[in-house]
Design a protein around this ligand. Sequence first.
Ligand SMILES: Nc1ncnc2c1ncn2[C@@H]1O[C@H](COP(=O)(O)OP(=O)(O)OP(=O)(O)O)[C@@H](O)[C@H]1O
Length: 583
Amino acid sequence: MSLLDPRAPLRRLYRYGFRYRPQMRWAIFCSIMNKLCDLAPEILIGAAVDVVVRRDQSFLASLGLPDPVLQVGLLGVLTLLVWGGESLFQYLYQLAWRRLAQTMQHELRLDAFAHVQKLDMGFFEDRSTGSLVSILNDDINQLERFLDNGANQILQITTGCLGVGIVFFLLQPTIALLSMLPMPVIIIGSIWFQGRAEPLYAEVREKAGLISARLANSLTGIATIKSYTAEVRESEALGADSQNYRAANGEAIKLSSAFIPVVRMAVLSGFMVTLVYGGWLTLEDKLAVGAYSVLIFLSQRLLWPLTEMGATVDLYQRAMASTRRVLDLLDTQAPADDHGTPLALADVKGDVRFDAVSFAYAGRERVLEAVSAHIPAGTVAAFIGTTGSGKSTLAKLLMRFYEPSQGQVLLDGQPISSLRIRDLRRAISFVSQDVFLFDGTVGENIAYGAVGRAGWPTQGDIERAARLAEAHEFILGLPQGYDTLVGERGQKLSGGQRQRLSLARAILKDAPILVLDEATSAVDNETEAAIQRSLETIAVGRTTLVIAHRLTTIRHADQVFTVEDGRIVEVKGKAEWHGSAEA
Ligand SMILES: Nc1ncnc2c1ncn2[C@@H]1O[C@H](COP(=O)(O)OP(=O)(O)OP(=O)(O)O)[C@@H](O)[C@H]1O
């Protein structure tokens, strides 16, 4: 992909980093100034040789300073200034580029993460967590490495070539032309290299993403691996992924290793021309000794940076492969979360209606077929039915994790698709089937229910919610009570304890609608009874949808919907249900 292509990652990055333009300009200025100061000593050495050989006939004498002692003194002062300037600008450019790299990686990571959080559920179902982590972390770090050093190197090499080229042309145009001959070879070589390296590095990044995905997946399932004693199998699977990564890198290494010597040979030929042809001209008295020494020193200046060019182009190419992945993620269309009618929490009554709702997950058959159900505000509705019949999907549609393909879901008579999504979700406390706790303390996990509310909940609020969820007693029994760390995904707690904490979290949210998707995993009788008691208390005055697997949960339901194969096949009112349950 050429740099002129508007989809070229560097151009996209520049557009993204538009707001950092002043910092970029300053960093570029400091890099160029440092390089110019860096080139000057060679010219001063040439001038010094010129002074000692030609004395009052020297170049400096022709500028109006005939005394050789004064000329040497002036050169001393200039050398001091130039070295001082070089050090100062080196400090400044390093500071500027590194700060820019830090700011950009920080902002890009936050932007990308904020964007990813907005993407719909389908996006996450099609990707592994590990591969997303690898983009948000490794790829952004790769870009940081390039900005830290690579951008400066590219600038300095370019400045060096231009600066050296100008001095060459002023001193000896023929040598200048001859010594610049390798340039087209290097430029064409770099473009060729870029074209070849791009797909190879894209492959490397993809394989790195697969390794992250495998690691994240295996480490999350470590208990299953151990129980099936599948450690060797997992190591082999990781070995295969790692081997693919190594092979992809091997291809890229082969290419980039060949590129650097080719550049070096091309540059060497330019140096040879300066050395041999310039020497011959000097012997023939057609070139001054001072000018010859400047040319020799400067062609060294041309040589070394250009051999670094290969490594820099390589770093650039790696960084661009990563940049593309990050920017592609940022370009993924996210549903707008601030569109729709605002809905004040206090105005929500909680009347929920599914109106002939049909739905299919992407690429799957329909799981819901014209489902209609009305749950009046403040009542309890239970959904029962065989596993996989579509009960949880109804709850997910109400949360707007997905949109129905036909029909609509209404809240207080308004289609939820017309509401602002975050207002809708604030109106619902959702206890999902697979309980998720964050790595933190028990108290922090309960307090999560109040995220986004003005004023963080007090310890009293947290304890009240825990009491209602019948969790307070067991929490007090934990080593540090509410300050006990629950471990990643709450793995230091029992299944029943996790459920009660997630219920406490939902209670603290205090939303007008409660959706409880009961886990099928057996909780003990005590937990079941505890959850039952909590429900009776918290369901009062709240619209409650319970996806139930146990008859006990249904005892207090005002309506019971039986879902089979994506359809509601039976609806029973409280009296009917009690009648049939007792029969
Ligand atoms: N994210 C998804 N992508 C594709 N298909 C899905 C997805 N989630 C669920 N399904 C499928 O949709 C169907 C209904 O699933 P759902 O979770 O709604 O069932 P359920 O009635 O709640 O089951 P259970 O009682 O076992 O919790 C199932 O066949 C399931 O395989």
